[in-house]
Design a protein around this ligand. Structure first.
Ligand code: SF4
Length: 519
């Protein structure tokens, strides 16, 4: 969107107004593919009716079905894979424009999303975006759009310099090379897929429009994944793991904070491998340490930690900084050792419990989030029982459960003993039900506490309530904090922090009363 806006497109979230329609797709499981295709077909109607001139499909669905999309949906004019972001301009018929010196900071843009209000994380370290439709009005001259990319004018100071080399280009990790030789990233069996694996990485000079509320932003610190998880095709879609340069992430974060962002969430398919290809030891811990020192940044967190990469140093870094949220997202996928082995992830309830205990002892009060998959091929009733017992014992604050999706190209696709869909779904529902009471008990411990709250705005459900988040709630994925009492204030400002007392706890959501002025 940043590239399009810089090239002169005016963006709109109303497809009926647009001349060019862009659908940014997801493709990692069946439901995501279906959602993507449905959105493309919905947008194609605007082309058929004559209101739109061009339809462009971008993102992971293009990596998987490049040829098929164009063959089967003739309304599609161009496709843009995840590794060829810059060709979006050519696809839209726009020319690249150099950034204007001293131009205004980028604004935010309210993107149309076809995602529902799902309160669950995706299994594993998946892309943040669901299927998005972005629409561009007829291109106009870049002059007068009021937009220019933000450019980093930040220098790396000694205080921010990490140990190890950090300015070089990312190199392949040994694990990635080994798995590549073993065919991990192969697309040979995928008819119609894009041939080349993506290698693209954005940096601090890439123009970007925020689609999040003004106070919050995501920063992607790495792309791709080298892990061999047998149910997952994300590495085949996104390519080998590669980190963004340390300085580039810091520069982007400083720029965002200068624009008014107060909360940054670091993402990537695997954030805990950050810096391994740059020769950084404990790269994520070093990155967090440097980011936490940016003045004005109130909340910093990362998502999608890989279990065996949660080091003591990483946990200590979270504990050391007040502005790093006491929050750890650790998708475990299962707890039964035999399922984990066939998932090619490894681990056991004992190992996982030790990790959780360590996190809780180093970061008192840490909120823990995880995700599991039910119905992996061969998951026996006993395997599922082990998972249930583990969930009871681990007492996660937040938990997402996903039904196994059989993906062509994953190594689990060829496994026998596939489970019937109804068993997969019944187990998913059972695990969610079990978590409900655990979650409620965990939330009750917050009642009576005073917590810092980021006010988000009026609730979508009723204008009588506002919504906010505490440091224990990651954007978009965790339960809600409803504000039903503004205390002495006549109104709240979205994007501002307040102290609030938690007054009620429900299964996933809590209720709060404001007890301070904006902080
Ligand atoms: S391969 Fe494993 S670690 Fe990598 S994105 Fe998939 S689930 Fe996550």
């Amino acid at each position: 969107m940043g590239l399009l806006a810089r090239a002169g497109a005016r963006l709109t979230s109303h497809p009926e107004e647009a001349e060019i329609l862009i659908v940014n797709t997801c493709s990692f499981i069946d439901t995501a593919k279906q959602e993507s295709v449905d959105t493309i077909l919905e947008m194609a109607r605007y082309k058929t009716s004559g209101s739109a001139k061009k339809l462009i499909v971008a993102g992971c669905l293009v990596e998987r079905y490049r040829d098929e999309i164009q063959k089967n949906i003739p309304e599609v004019d161009a496709v843009v894979g995840t590794g060829e972001i810059e060709s979006i301009l050519e696809a839209a018929g726009l020319k690249a424009v150099a950034p204007a010196p001293g131009a205004a900071s980028p604004s935010s843009f309210n993107i149309l999303s076809s995602r529902g209000g799902e309160a669950e994380a995706r299994p594993g370290q998946e892309s943040l975006s669901g299927t998005h439709k972005t629409v561009a009005k007829e291109p106009v001259s870049a002059k007068g759009t009021g937009f220019s990319p933000y450019i980093s004018a930040m220098e790396s100071t000694g205080a921010l310099a990490p140990e190890g080399s950090f300015s070089g280009a990312p190199r392949s990790r040994a694990e990635g090379e080994l798995h590549e030789r073993q065919g991990r990233f192969g697309r040979e069996g995928w008819q119609g897929a894009a041939r080349e694996l993506p290698t693209y990485l954005y940096d601090e000079t890439s123009p970007r429009l925020l689609t999040t509320p003004k106070s919050s932003a995501y920063i992607k610190i790495a792309e791709g994944c080298d892990h061999p998880c047998s149910f997952c095709v994300i590495p085949n879609l996104r390519g080998k793991f590669r980190s963004r340069r340390f300085e580039s992430v810091i520069a982007e974060a400083r720029q965002l904070v200068a624009q008014g962002v107060r909360e940054i969430t670091l993402i990537g398919q695997d954030t805990t491998c950050y810096g391994e290809d740059l020769d950084l030891k404990d790269g994520l811990a070093q990155l967090l340490d440097a980011l936490a020192r940016i003045d004005g940044l109130r909340w910093l967190r990362f998502l999608y930690a890989y279990p065996n990469r949660v080091t003591g140093k990483l946990l200590e870094t979270i504990a050391r900084h007040d502005n790093i949220c006491n929050y750890l997202d650790l998708p475990l996928q299962h707890a039964s050792p035999s399922v984990l082995k066939r998932m090619k992830r490894g681990g056991s309830p004992e190992i996982f419990l030790k990790t959780l205990e360590k996190a809780r002892s180093i970061i008192p009060g840490v909120a823990l989030r995880t995700a599991f998959i039910t119905g992996f091929p061969g998951e026996s009733p006993r395997d599922f029982e082990i998972l249930e017992e583990f969930v009871k014992e681990a007492k996660f604050d937040w938990l997402g459960v996903f039904s196994y999706s059989d993906e062509e190209g994953s190594s689990a696709f060829s496994l026998s003993a596939k489970l019937p869909r109804r068993t997969i779904e019944a187990r998913r529902r059972k695990l969610m039900k079990l978590q409900q009471s655990i979650s409620k008990r965990a939330k009750q411990q917050w009642v009576g506490r005073e917590l810092l709250l980021l006010a988000q705005g009026e609730s979508e459900e009723t204008p009588l309530l506002w919504e906010g988040r505490t440091q224990f709630h990651a954007p978009e994925i965790d339960g809600k904090v409803y504000i039903n009492d503004f205390g002495e204030l006549a109104s709240l400002e979205p994007g501002r922090f307040y102290n609030a007392e938690i007054t009620e706890a429900h299964e996933y959501d809590i209720v709060a009363r404001i007890v301070s002025k904006p902080l």
